[in-house]
Design a binder for this molecule. Structure first.
Ligand code: PLP
Length: 389
């Protein structure tokens, strides 16, 4: 493996996704890598593998692929997106302050509030779409700045370049959770971020059959810290999950094009045809940060949120009536899914705080898959009609 077939230079994303890291071929000529289902490696092997907690050929192949897709020099993969978050926060010490976008993923919020707070890592929240709020960043002297774009679930779009400039002016690195956008649609490192974090479980894998996470960076120092965290904290992925995720990544470009096309048609239909709704989708002109979305993303990705102004009871009845959108926490697979954030992904966030950032009881999040979009639209229509009766 050390005698690597280099990733073809100057090739497009779709080519890199298929060819990056093709250094497993060896003497067999296999065009698909095997799964190195081995916990341990014989001492003195030329690639320096010793024990799977600190490295495995399947991790290395996935790392090479994801780094190429993110346009980053380095990538370290982890057992899940939350493991990747844990790896980053494990580099902090008591008294350090993370300044985060106020609408972050519920489990990130919970990790800071219920786990890392006990170790003295502090967190403060700002609205990164608001210039007055962003101006407070430097006064807070953060150790690390943490954003998502689009955010989960409100789909706020943060200007990554502007956030990077503000973080650097405050003397802190910027981390972008790129899970909702995907590497195909948005490359945070090229926009000035120091760290791009992914739940590979979502769009990179794309088939809802494995868990993995990653941190990408151009910084050798951060890369060393990530490799250390992977082995010292036991945050490694499994070889099989890496294999599945790498297989999924091969079709990321074509899937993300279709997710985005479907989601735009779906969101436009909801906005134009259903009563009393607020639909959020970054590539709809009605989105408050539409111009930023169009400037920093290739397309709008597959997540649409809608608030139909229904009571909690009617909202839950609507979600239960959907036939092609199983109610599920995750997102980013080829199949459509639906989530009620207030009772599911963001149940860990206290109600007042949830409502303050716009996660009302009537908010519904759709992960729009790659099925025929007319079937998805017909399903929402019938669910809406039956929840009214
Ligand atoms: C934005 C975001 N970041 C991180 C994660 C965590 O990823 P995982 O479920 O792979 O641990 C999720 C999961 O939904 C997410 O939506």
């Amino acid at each position: 493996m050390s005698d690597r077939t280099p990733t073809p230079e100057n090739t497009a994303f779709a080519t890199q996704a298929i060819h990056a890291g093709r250094d497993f071929v060896g003497e067999t000529g296999a065009v698909t890598p095997p799964i190195w289902q081995s916990s341990t490696f014989e001492y003195g092997n030329p690639n320096g593998f010793d024990y799977t907690r600190s490295g495995n050929p399947n991790f290395r192949l996935l790392d090479q692929t994801v780094a190429a897709l993110e346009g980053a020099s380095f990538c370290t993969s982890f057992g899940s997106g939350v493991s990747a978050i844990t790896a980053i926060v494990s580099t902090l010490k008591s008294g350090d302050l993370v300044v985060a976008e106020e609408n972050i993923y519920g489990c990130t919020f919970r990790l800071f509030a219920q786990v890392f707070a006990k170790f003295g890592v502090q967190i403060a929240y700002l609205d990164f779409t608001d210039d007055e709020s962003l101006a407070k960043l430097a006064d807070l002297s953060p150790t690390l700045v943490w954003i998502e774009s689009p955010t989960n679930p409100n789909l706020k779009i943060i200007d990554i370049q502007k956030a990077a400039e503000a973080a650097h002016a405050a003397g802190a690195p910027l981390l972008v959770d790129n899970t909702f956008a995907s590497s195909y649609l948005q490359r945070p490192i090229e926009l000035g971020a120091d760290l791009s974090l992914l739940s590979l479980t979502k769009y990179t894998n794309g088939h809802s059959d494995a868990l993995a996470g990653a941190v990408c960076t151009n910084s050798e120092k951060w890369q060393e810290k990530m490799i250390f965290a992977q082995k010292a904290l036991g945050l490694q992925p499994s070889p099989f999950d890496c294999w599945l995720t790498q297989r999924g990544a091969k079709t990321e470009a074509i899937r993300m094009e279709q997710h985005s096309r479907n989601a735009l048609a779906f969101a436009s239909h909801l906005e134009e045809n259903l009563p009393n709704q607020t639909v959020r989708y970054p590539f709809l002109p009605s989105h408050p940060q539409h111009e930023i979305a169009v400037a920093q993303m290739k397309a709008g990705s597959g997540i649409v949120t809608a608030d139909f102004g229904l009571s909690l009871e009617h909202t839950l009845a609507f979600v239960e009536s959907l036939k092609l959108f199983p109610k599920a926490e995750s997102l980013g697979g080829v199949e459509s899914l639906c989530c009620h954030p207030a009772s599911m992904t963001h149940a860990a966030v206290p109600k007042e705080q949830r409502e303050a950032v716009g996660i009302s009881d009537s908010l519904v999040r759709f992960s729009v898959g790659i099925e025929a979009v007319e079937d998805l639209i017909a399903d929402v229509e019938q669910a809406f009609a039956s929840s009214q009766s």
